[in-house]
Design a protein around this ligand. Structure first.
Ligand code: PLP
Length: 418
């Protein structure tokens, strides 16, 4: 099977499902994010099937890609959501998502965001500090509500991923130290407007091994058993997101293997299992389509200057992340080793180094595995309007976010009075 089953070559030209990428570039321009509805749906079903008829809930981590169309496709499939801001809650509701299937994560929730989430009756707040618990209790009291809460526990396990996206070590800012969590759960009486309903952790992103997940899971299950013996009624365990995808030669566990390992860790405990996958759901369902603007040969190197940049796809610059770069039209000739770079005024502005490609000006390239943390981390740096986004469904192309205009971009700004 191809690495990207919904993005394949037919007659040497790369397609998204049944649509040649060339026709998307022609119609909507470049740079352009292209998503496959079939890829997203198939991955969601893989998760679902792995859970069989367990009591579970998949809460898609909205921050991976928060486009309304993507949220809507997932909502229609019955997916829940993991949000990290009031803005993301607003998106979930707009997209037809169910707040009662929504959990709220994040280390710095604001009072207004708590009010929004309480008013919407979300499933659970994943609380990361005692100070946050106190504020949530106050706000719930003022609204005459009870806030359902999981403590996000920092299990102090090494997720063996990039340090910027590792979150479960004791020196990270995330979660409540494992040793303190039990005592906080047992002080439930102090928080009249809090109901502890779950346990939560999230140890990092782009994990390619199972052991950190199962290690964290076991720690949570131990704690859960102690809490249950103290008569706390905990109804779910949330093991977060973090399953890695294949960008180049990584070999992450399959969704099936991953889900099975979690199910076994939680074992016979009568509890609903929640997960918060982001990257593993949408990462390989999207690509970034870009066009070469100039080919530049210097004595040292060959540069392909393309119309997408670090403001469109930050991951290479931020984490030195690798994304496969494929030619949209396969050509014959001698490949050169290219530095694929954008127009932004930073040496760190690159999409790929040392890529063997046969290139001319105006050729289309596809930067693969860009569905997650691509558009959602994009910016307007260098006053570059953000890329268009389209979703392909069979042989239909849907524009799901229009390319920004420069006027939209500067509209909120004002000049000082004369
Ligand atoms: C980012 C994040 C996720 C999703 O992580 P992925 O690696 O994209 O699966 C899940 N839960 C929390 C709390 C997060 O911060």
């Amino acid at each position: 099977m191809s690495a990207f089953p919904q993005f394949e070559y037919h007659q040497n030209t790369l397609h998204a499902e049944s649509v040649p990428l060339e026709s998307i570039a022609k119609k909507f321009g470049t740079p352009c994010y292209v998503y496959s509805r079939a890829a997203l749906t198939a991955t969601f079903h893989e998760f679902k099937q792995a859970f069989a008829d367990d009591d579970y809930l998949i809460c898609y981590a909205v921050k991976a890609n928060s486009n309304l169309a993507i949220l809507n496709v997932l909502a229609e499939l019955g997916c829940g959501f993991d949000i990290v801001s009031g803005g993301e809650l607003h998106r979930v509701i707009k997209a037809g998502g169910d707040p009662r299937k929504t959990v709220f994560s994040g280390v710095g929730k604001l009072a207004d965001e708590m009010r929004m989430a309480l008013a919407a009756d979300i499933l659970c707040f994943n609380v990361e500090s005692v100070a946050e618990l106190q504020l949530l209790n106050q706000i719930a009291a003022a609204m005459n509500k009870t806030a359902p809460v999981s403590l996000r526990i920092n299990p102090d396990v090494d997720s063996k991923t990039h340090p910027y996206i590792s979150t479960g070590l004791k020196e990270n800012k995330f979660g409540i130290p494992f040793a303190e969590a039990e005592q906080i759960y047992l002080s439930a009486d102090q928080f009249q407007h809090i109901q502890f309903t779950g346990l939560d952790c999230h140890i990092g992103s782009q994990l390619t091994e199972l052991s950190p997940f199962t290690e964290a899971g076991k720690k949570l299950v131990d704690l859960l058993q102690r809490l249950q013996s103290s008569n706390l009624r905990i109804s779910h365990v949330d093991l977060g997101g973090g399953l890695g995808i294949r960008y180049s030669n990584e070999t992450p566990p399959s969704i099936h293997t991953y889900v099975n390992a979690l199910r076994q860790t939680v074992g016979s405990i009568k509890c609903r299992l929640l997960i918060e996958p982001g990257r593993s759901l949408i990462g390989n369902a999207g690509l970034l389509l870009t066009r070469t603007v100039y080919i530049k040969h210097t004595p040292d190197r060959h540069f392909a200057i393309v119309d997408a940049a670090m403001n469109d796809l930050l991951r290479p610059s931020l984490y030195n992340a690798y994304h496969e770069i494929l030619p949209v039209n396969k050509k014959n000739g001698n490949p050169e080793k290219y530095q694929v770079v954008g127009p932004v005024c930073e040496t760190g502005d690159f999409l790929g180094h040392d890529r063997k490609l046969i290139l001319d000006t105006n050729d289309l390239l596809a930067v693969m595995s860009s569905g997650a943390y691509g558009m959602s981390m994009s910016s307007n740096y260098n006053t570059r309007p953000r890329a268009a986004e389209v979703m392909v469904d069979g042989n239909t192309i849907h524009l799901i976010r229009a390319r920004e205009t420069i006027d939209q971009l500067i509209a909120p700004e004002t000049i000082l009075p004369a």
